[in-house]
Design a protein around this ligand. Structure first.
Ligand code: FDA
Length: 541
């Protein structure tokens, strides 16, 4: 029987009571971890709000609340020993301290959108640090800045800005349930990126806890670490609690538009032409193509549709004049356009009803599916025959719920040097292409069929996309590109296989920063940046 000093027994005993009531059996590391944490959290009411162990009646609902890929919520998916939902910074530090001390891997979760589920799945014993209570947002319109905690969603951030002003915004992603924590850690882009760059380009300070439990801001972490956390990938350099962001001006009225063209309506030719034009258009214009399978006008038949969707930071007349001049092939007409506020455009691009902006606060507004994503960057126009082949793959059975999302680059992205931040995909890209294949949770037994389709599509695209390295976007994480050794040291050479794809030459600087800030590689996942040979390894372990 283990002995603990009398004064420290009470909170721990309460946890034990909670666990025994819930039927959990504890092995030693679990026991030790909980003992460690309960001592540090100190009172029962905090413990019951912060620690969720398996069999706790709320464990599954807390775990599933931020799973945005049901591919990883099957009975066979590895589960965390505990989910910790800190209420304050000291709880985060305690979780870090106890996980380190008792050998649990820590998976930090903000919005839970990691495409490969890395914020809530691990093959080794792990706990989730879920920042769902770290969602405060403070908008300062006078100085055009805001502080946003990592657990806040983009929807909550946009809502908080729009509650104060309709002429400021923030250039981040289009899906309102994505979390600030993971999104900013990998770059982050949406409808304002041709004008203002990535979310990460507009971060001016941060509050982070390093592996030693120190609370750092930009000044105390230093410019190298501040550089690395703005795009070098999450769960790698520390736990980012909050970000200070620079807001950007937008007009009170913007114009959104959608034009659908299917195969019978020259979609292939218009897409082909678009490649020569879109990246050179003024940076006030965002334009995206979505490729999907749709019903054909012939009954019972399917076709493939290219949806040209975009937004101008300006009025409808200006938009129509611009497109008729530069891209008449699109046939943009007034009925395709809608003037609205920037915050309404967030609903439009997020696939939400254009009714109340309150829906931006609803994390369950859209259904959650199972998915697999892969990404590419394109630097030379794809020949028409190449686009034809891409489109025809969307007629295949597995592509019923597949999308290729293709935003035009150029504008501000061309002006920012490749090494300004870890995200290197800047000048010279015509567009990025994300291939997203989706299926329902009920079809999870057939996951392999859908994943194989995405691999075939990726293979088909090889001649048309960037080479040496074949670049990829870390926020659309793809474990097919390679993974760290789960239980052993991973060399920077091994990690460079996917590291160069995500970060190009910035990978080397990321390895140096990692070596300095977390040499024992505590913060890690399947694709985190490894440190150079750690002291741990040198000792011959
Ligand atoms: P999650 O919580 O899963 O975190 C992602 C990674 O960051 C994990 O490794 C996690 O451990 C780590 N992490 C999280 N919080 C951290 C913290 N506080 N400190 C340190 N590490 C932390 N991208 C884009 O650029 N534009 C877009 O429009 C979209 N849209 C989109 C839609 C959908 C449906 C999906 C599934 C994904 C996107 N994305 C996107 C990609 C998205 O930006 C990417 O998946 C982000 O990493 C998600 O961040 P979350 O916080 O939601 O995820």
């Amino acid at each position: 029987m283990m002995k603990f000093p009398q004064f420290s027994m009470l909170p721990f005993l309460m946890v034990v009571v909670m666990l025994s009531l819930s039927g959990t059996t504890l092995s030693h590391p679990h026991w030790d971890f909980l003992h460690c944490l309960s001592l540090r959290l100190a009172n029962y009411s905090t413990i019951s709000k912060v620690i969720y162990v398996q069999n706790n009646p709320s464990y599954s609902s807390v775990l599933n609340a931020s799973i945005h890929n049901t591919r990883f919520s099957t009975p066979a998916s590895p589960k965390p020993f505990a989910i910790i939902t800190p209420l304050k910074t000291s709880h985060v530090r305690s979780t870090l301290y106890c996980s380190k001390k008792h050998g649990f891997q820590l998976r930090i979760r903000s919005g839970g959108h990691d495409v490969e589920g890395l914020s809530y799945v691990s093959e080794v014993p792990f706990v989730i640090l879920d920042l769902l209570n770290f969602r405060a947002i403070k908008v300062d319109t006078k100085n055009e800045v805001a502080w946003v905690q990592s657990g806040a969603t983009l929807g909550e951030l946009y809502y908080a800005i729009a509650a104060k002003t309709n002429t400021l915004a923030f250039p981040a992603g289009m899906c309102h349930t994505v979390g600030a924590g993971g999104h900013f850690s990998g770059g982050g882009y949406g409808t304002l990126f041709r004008k203002y760059g990535l979310a990460a380009d507009n971060i001016i300070d941060a509050r982070m806890i390093d592996v030693n439990g120190r609370i750092l801001d930009r000044k105390s972490m230093g410019e190298d670490v501040f550089w690395a956390i703005r795009g070098g990938g999450g769960n790698t350099f520390g736990i980012v609690l909050a970000w200070k962001i620079k807001l950007v001006p937008v007009p009170a009225v913007v114009t959104v538009f959608t034009v659908n063209k299917n195969l019978e309506q020259n979609a292939t030719k218009i897409f082909h032409r678009w490649q020569y034009i879109a990246h050179k258009l003024p940076d006030d214009l965002f334009m995206n193509i979505w490729i999907t399978k749709v019903n054909s006008s012939q009954v019972g038949m399917k076709t493939v549709q290219a949806t040209f969707r975009g937004m101008l930071l300006g009025g409808v007349d200006e938009l129509i004049t611009l497109i008729q001049d530069k891209f008449p092939e699109l046939g943009l007409a007034e009925e395709n356009c809608n003037e609205m506020s920037w915050i309404e455009s967030v609903l439009y691009f997020g696939g939400l009803p254009l009714q109340s902006v309150d829906i931006l606060l609803d994390k369950n507004a859209l259904p959650t599916l199972s998915l697999k994503a892969k990404s590419d960057y394109v630097k030379e126009p794809i020949p028409e025959s190449g686009i034809e082949g891409l489109m025809s793959m969307f007629l295949e059975e597995e592509a019923d719920n597949a999308i290729a999302m293709i935003p035009a680059f150029g504008g501000k992205m061309d002006e920012i040097p490749e090494n300004e931040l870890p995200y290197p995909h800047r000048a010279g890209n015509l567009f990025e292409a994300t291939y997203l294949v989706q299926w329902t949770k009920e079809e999870n037994a057939e996951s392999e069929k859908y994943i194989s389709w995405s691999r075939r599509l990726y293979s088909y695209m090889t001649p048309y996309v960037s080479k040496s390295p074949r670049e990829a976007y870390v926020n659309y994480r793809d474990l097919d590109l390679g993974i760290n050794n789960i239980n052993d040291y991973t060399s920077d050479e091994q990690a460079s296989i996917w590291g160069f794809k995500y970060f190009k030459n910035n990978f080397k600087r990321l390895v140096q920063v990692k070596t300095k800030v977390d040499p024992m590689n505590f913060f890690r996942n399947e694709q985190s940046i490894p440190p150079l040979l750690s002291p741990w390894k040198k000792k011959g372990n």
